[in-house]
Design a protein around this ligand. Structure first.
Ligand SMILES: O=C([S-])c1cc(C(=O)S)c[n+]([C@@H]2O[C@H](COP(=O)(O)O)[C@@H](O)[C@H]2O)c1
Ligand code: NI
Length: 475
């Protein structure tokens, strides 16, 4: 199920406090352990303990590590994450967190980011914290998150570099890189660690007080110290996002918001019953989305297809290029990425690392989605899905899925254009009437929506028609 999250970091934040809070809010220790094992098999054991901090009960997450390599560079951590059998969103988010950490450490110490060292046990600890928090974020279906401003602390702390001042340099650098609001607070300790800051900067799209939520759960993650006068905890509040069709806060369309985010969390945005599907396709559903744009005139053009497919694999709803002519008359492209707010951080990193752009633009947009459902036809025994779209109860479109048509054409040894024409004709036959897709139709029954419509043959069911549809790529 979908969730918006609000992190109360008024007592600071670290990787293990965030992990404790998400475990307390319902993430499963087994899921987190599996994710960490996928990155560093057998090297880390996660466990929890119920503790009291400032009179409040909380979950303390412990990361017990086996002795490992004394140092790990960002290059080696990146390879570990890239090769790990993790769900793509978990891997991408963890890579974003570490990329931020590495950039901040590189700037502070004046070394190339690839060569930044994560020290001793700290490396395994950070790998475990980051991977576990990203896995919990994914498991809990968090699609948008807000945090209070970061409280950083005061004093000094002993790190691998010796005694360093608090706020520690890496945390300040992270805050500066991302324009995050921070303050010292009253406590004479390090309250926010680099890992905690990098996680929050990656997961949270906004800063401030708790947004309008229908609260579903609360988690308390304990810090190591029991501080006087103040509970040393991170709180996370999980809830149903509440948005109106106008984009503001309100109750009018919160059921819609939940549906959107829920499908997104399952990677199943193009399921058999699409937006508004349960209502037979009323008004298009309006959801929040973000467009990221960058103008690029100096990337080897052979790289673009790879960039586009990486963006789609990392959760973009769509990614495209527009030819433009830039200053000095240079031919160039605008790269555009459409995504849900929850994927913004990871996709921004893909744009900034895979292309040669030096910056990008982001703007919030409203995305209108028509209700859609799938049916399956057969071309001489080859299954082809048809995606139908409805608007105000009327069937307004019915398109054969290109990949299915191409596969059928190849298997049958017929030209693609012939296969496409035949599949389109079958799609027309499936509509109750009207070649123009304009006939008013009743809402499809569950069997129609989720099942097969096979005409002219009995091809096998296609994954994604009855259940487990592939992720949507288009609004
Ligand atoms: O290991 C390094 S390079 C390191 C750098 C810095 C800087 O601010 S530079 C700070 N620290 C301190 O290490 C511990 C552990 O931090 P985690 O984020 O791994 O939990 C913490 O006290 C940092 O301030 C380490
Ligand atoms: Ni450092």
């Amino acid at each position: 199920m979908a969730a918006a999250a609000w992190f109360d970091c008024s007592s600071g934040a670290s990787g293990d406090m965030l992990m404790g809070a998400l475990l307390d809010a319902g993430a499963s220790l087994e899921t987190l352990q599996r994710a960490v094992d996928a990155v560093v098999p057998g090297a880390v054991r996660l466990r929890t303990e119920r503790v009291v901090r400032g009179g409040l009960a909380a979950t303390k997450a412990h990361v017990d590590t086996e002795p490992g390599p004394a140092h790990r560079t960002w290059r080696s951590v990146r390879a570990l994450l890239a090769d790990a059998p993790l769900a793509a969103p978990v891997r991408d988010t963890a890579l974003s967190v570490f990329a931020r950490l590495a950039r901040a450490e590189a700037a502070v110490h004046g070394v190339p980011a690839d060569d930044v060292h994560f020290h001793e046990v700290g490396a395994l600890d950070a790998i475990a914290d980051v991977t576990a928090v990203c896995a919990a974020h994914h498991e809990l279906g968090i699609t948008e998150a807000t945090s209070t401003p970061l409280v950083l602390g005061q004093g000094r702390v002993t790190a691998a570099h010796g005694s360093i001042p608090v706020p520690v340099p890496a945390v300040l650098r992270l805050a500066a890189d991302h324009g995050a609001p921070v303050r010292s607070g009253d406590q004479p300790f390090e309250m926010c660690t680099p890992t905690g800051a990098a996680l929050l900067l990656t997961l949270c799209g906004s800063w401030g007080a708790m947004p309008l939520l229908r609260v579903r759960g609360v988690g308390m993650g304990a810090g190591t110290r029991d501080l006087p006068h103040s509970p040393n905890v991170v709180r996370v509040v999980l809830g149903r996002p509440v948005t109106t069709a106008g984009g503001g806060n309100g109750a009018a369309a919160d059921g819609q918001a939940e549906g959107e985010a829920g499908r997104e969390a399952q990677g199943d945005a193009d399921g058999p019953v699409g937006p508004g599907g349960g209502e037979g396709g009323g008004e298009p559903r309006l959801t929040d989305a973000v467009v990221v744009d960058a103008n690029v005139d100096d990337l080897d053009p052979r790289v673009w297809p790879y960039v586009l497919s990486r963006l789609l694999a990392s959760g973009a709803a769509d990614a495209w290029l527009t030819p433009i002519v830039m200053k000095k008359g240079r031919p160039a492209h605008t790269l555009s990425v459409l995504c849900p707010p929850s994927r913004l951080a990871a996709l921004r990193d893909v744009v900034l690392t895979e292309t040669s752009t030096l910056g990008l633009r982001e703007y919030r947009v409203g995305k209108h989605e028509l209700a859609r459902h799938f049916a399956t036809v057969s071309l001489d025994g080859r299954p082809v899905r048809i995606k139908f779209a409805r608007h105000r109860g009327r069937l307004v479109n019915g398109q054969p899925e290109y990949e299915d048509v191409a596969a059928a054409a190849a298997a049958l040894g017929i030209p693609l254009k012939t296969a496409l024409a035949r599949a389109s004709a079958k799609a027309q036959e499936l509509a109750p009437s009207s070649a123009a897709w304009s006939a008013a139709i009743p809402a499809p029954s569950p069997a129609e929506d989720g099942g097969e419509h096979v005409q002219g043959g009995t091809g096998p069911a296609i994954p994604g028609t009855a259940a487990g549809a592939p992720p949507a790529r288009h609004p």
